[in-house]
Write a protein that binds this ligand. Structure first.
Ligand code: KG4
Ligand code: ZN
Length: 331
């Protein structure tokens, strides 16, 4: 008999549901929330209200696209945290209610672990142990992955996340939120002619707040003599910022491979959708003789398919949650 898992992800501003059968993704549906663009960032209250509106249609669609019926689902996996409390609450409550009504088990999933395990949504899958650079809007980590359940963070940001560095730069440049994909696109027609400083942080940790400040001062100075500086140099500014963020990430990753001796290297999280990071990883991987793994775009940013994959590993281990489980914003 096959095992079917319904997964729900609602940690930030995207409502997503996926169906997985015996490790294979049958559907992965996402409702994006456009409203946050108006505010230049995710507004928690707006996000949780939109999750409430979206969750039933998204789950229905995932079931329909997978071509299954509700009665065939064996377990409900959901993101317990980390994330926005109000957003998590919608997904967790829905998952609990559904599991209760269908009389099937619940599986709680850690959002950041799921980003790492997104690599198991399709072939080729990385072999253990591997290093995963997990870069999103809220996190920047180098994770040493020994098994689906054994992971250790060996490097992390001490201030902003890489996604935040993109998004905050975008705000300074007057771009919409989230600015990461916009900067990626604009950078394609620019050159990294402006030199932004690299942080001096010991070990495997990251820092991006200094970069943000130096961009701010750089723009202030240039705008004094040329009020049109941003519009005249937008592509080159984007290319320069992106180049620096990517070089910070890849240099740390290289340091981690040398320190651990692990040469199987993966990237995950929303920022792993960045074209310069993907190309840079391939290039460095060839030079350093790494085996590199880059997820499909749809499995980089927040999605329920990765929650389903992580949930399936737990299902096989019999690691279920009970109805007393609560969302954990800082899991
Ligand atoms: O993993 P994710 O979807 O949500 C979180 O868990 O945070 O990551 C969202 C982040 C945002 O900061 C967004 O700007 C960034 O990923 N992002 C990108 C790209 N696509 C998404 N950053 C740079 N280049 C991209 N192509
Ligand atoms: Zn995420």
């Amino acid at each position: 008999m096959s095992t079917i898992i319904l997964a729900i992800e609602s940690s930030c501003d995207d409502t997503s549901a996926a169906i997985l059968r015996d490790g294979e993704i049958l559907s992965n549906c996402i409702a994006n929330q456009e409203a946050h663009r108006l505010y230049g960032g995710v507004v928690p209250e707006v996000a949780s209200r939109a999750h409430q509106l979206n969750i039933i249609p998204v789950v229905d669609l995932a079931i329909k696209e997978a071509g299954i019926n509700k009665g065939e689902i064996n377990a409900v996996a959901f993101t317990r945290g980390p994330g926005l409390m109000g957003s998590l609450m919608v997904g967790v409550s829905f998952a609990k209610a559904l599991a209760l009504s269908l009389e099937i088990p619940l599986i709680e999933v850690h959002h950041m672990r799921a980003h790492v395990l997104a690599h198991f949504a399709e072939d080729p899958k990385p072999e253990f142990p591997f290093l995963c650079l997990t870069v999103s809007g809220g996190h920047t980590q180098i994770v040493r992955v020994e098994s689906p359940s054994q992971m250790e963070v060996i490097g992390k940001t001490i201030d902003d996340a890489a996604g935040e560095a993109f998004d905050k730069t975008g705000k300074l440049l007057g771009l919409d939120y989230p600015a990461g994909p916009i900067i990626d696109k604009l950078a394609k027609e620019g050159k990294p002619v402006f030199d932004f400083p690299e942080p001096r942080i010991p070990g495997l940790d990251f820092s991006f707040s200094g970069l943000k400040t130096s961009i701010l001062y750089f723009l202030k100075k240039e705008l004094k003599t040329n009020p049109d500086f941003i519009s005249e140099h937008l592509h080159d500014i984007c290319a320069s910022v992106q180049d620096r963020i990517v070089s910070i990430l890849l240099k740390r990753l290289r340091k981690a491979t040398r320190k651990t001796g692990i040469k199987t290297v993966a990237i995950a999280g929303g920022v792993s959708a960045n074209s310069a990071l993907r190309a840079g990883l391939e290039k460095m991987g060839q030079k350093e003789s790494w085996k590199t793994y880059i997820p499909k775009f749809e499995y980089c940013t927040d999605n329920a398919a990765m929650i389903a994959v992580a949930g399936y590993f737990k299902y096989l281990d019999g690691a279920f949650a009970d109805q007393s489980v609560e969302p954990a914003a800082r899991l």
